[in-house]
Each structure stands twice: as structure tokens, then as C-alpha cells.
Write a protein that binds this ligand. Structure first.
Ligand SMILES: [Zn+2]
Length: 90
């Protein structure tokens, strides 16, 4: 299996909202209830700063959000389970 690493590197900020799905809604990844909802902000370095163009911010389980991260654009054609069973990147 080849994994290409491109220059475009996504950066992620993961924060706890401190609330459950009762307050923030179900996990946007698995659509299930969360005891603690996390918020993940995706951004890309762009001309000295950051851009959120083409980026997706998500609410949900910490693990789901980490699994939903992209390695880079060149890997999106890989089977989904390659992401789900990957290492946890924090
Ligand atoms: Zn989830």
C-alpha cells in the first residue's frame, strides 16, 4: 500500500465542549449519542496564515473526530477502513 504525502497538510484542533449530546446534538460522524461532545477545527496553512476553505469542522466523539481526519488529499481514494484502523493522531 502506497501512501502519498502531499504538501498540503491539514492541521487539527480538538477541544471538549464540556457538554453531552443533550446540549450539542449527536455525533456528526456516527450519529450516536455522546456523553462528552468534542469539537474539531480543521485548517490548512495558507500564505503565512491559515485558511478554512475546503475544511470541515465537526462535533462528536473524540475518537470519531480523530478517525475522520484526512492524512492528505491524495489518500482519499484508499478504502475507508484504512483510516478507521489507523493510528491515533493527537
Ligand atoms: Zn461518534
Amino acid at each position: 500500500m502506497k501512501v502519498k504525502i502531499k504538501n498540503r497538510s491539514y492541521q487539527y484542533t480538538l477541544v471538549s465542549t464540556g457538554g453531552s449530546s443533550h446540549k450539542y446534538g449527536v455525533c456528526e460522524v456516527c450519529k450516536k449519542h455522546c456523553a462528552e461532545v468534542f469539537y474539531q477545527i480543521e485548517r490548512v496553512p495558507y500564505s503565512g496564515g491559515y485558511t478554512k476553505q475546503g475544511c470541515t469542522n465537526l462535533f462528536g466523539h473524540q475518537e470519531c473526530l480523530q478517525n475522520a481526519r484526512r492524512i492528505d488529499e491524495g489518500t482519499t481514494s484508499l478504502p475507508r477502513h484504512d483510516f478507521d484502523t489507523g493510528k491515533t493522531r493527537v
